[in-house]
Design a binder for this molecule. Sequence first.
Ligand code: C2E
Ligand code: MG
Ligand code: MG
Length: 310
Amino acid sequence: YVIYRAEVHSSEVERIAFERDLRIALEQDQFVLHYQPIVDSKNRRILGVEALVRWQHPERGLVPPLDFIPLAEATGLIVPLGAWVLREACTQTQKWRTNHPSLFKDFLLSVNVSARQLFGTQLQNDVVAALNESGLDPHHLVLEIVESQVMTDVHAALRQFAALKEIGVRIAIDDFGTGYSSLGYLQDLPVDFLKLDKSFTDNITESVKSQELMRTVAQLSRALSIATVAEGVETLEQADVLNTLDVNLCQGFYFARPIDAESLSRMLKRVRRLPEVVPVARGSAPAAGGSRIHLPVPKPARVAVPHLPN
Ligand code: C2E
Ligand code: MG
Ligand code: MG
């Protein structure tokens, strides 16, 4: 007996059509990158951006990444797509650097990398090709890998991270705190940034426990020369609390949503701090001796000490 369910058939047909569309999209250049600013928690200057891919679908409109990245990973299409993201983001950032030399001395470009890329054979070549083609200095580039994906094979991740660090790029653990993980891996992995998951930011103004957790992670990270980034900052109150907890960087809709390259260029011309009318952080005095964040020196290549702009 074979049990036939019409819904299964139609969803399978839909999946196959989607996969075909994804291949066509790659051939026809239907992807675009949006960029979301990352700011210094203390003075709210823009220190970098995260590149976030979108699919400009001819019928469906702008498709968000979570609707197609899983399928791209399952089919392996994430490898050519990821290579395109790296090339496009590095090329765009190098253009911004040329147009705004002072702002971009220590600019950070974050690019998401999936497990399939990290554990595959292409990533180092793709990173080097993107840097060479664009002329971008490696210390500007940060590769973000989701914590749960790192934990699937910490030893393989360690080997890959070491090879990537040889190139001179930096590594961020994305969505930190969401999966099962052992903090012990932080002493072995050459990580430069921890991006603390939005779920922690969500509770930060109400929950003392969340605050203590964030403070402890920020302190631990600092002791290990790792910079911290709070994800999903949506309100001034959250930004203020995060500042008092010594989280180095913030990213979220309160400061800016992801926007296309042209809009970001306009923003960079107009503003150096976010939001445009800089809120005075309540209850937090300006940092003594300036507000430079000393981001970790790239290891082991030690390409450049990334002093951030004043
Ligand atoms: P992510 O790397 O953690 O990126 C942050 C996501 O949170 C983005 O969603 C961003 O728009 C959203 N976000 C930022 N600030 C806020 C906020 O204040 N509130 C809320 N509610 N959301 C905020 P997006 O662009 O939909 O991307 C989702 C995920 O898709 C990313 O999460 C990343 O894991 C993946 N992704 C995006 N671009 C790429 C890519 O080029 N390659 C790979 N492999 N994955 C990507
Ligand atoms: Mg990310
Ligand atoms: Mg994240």
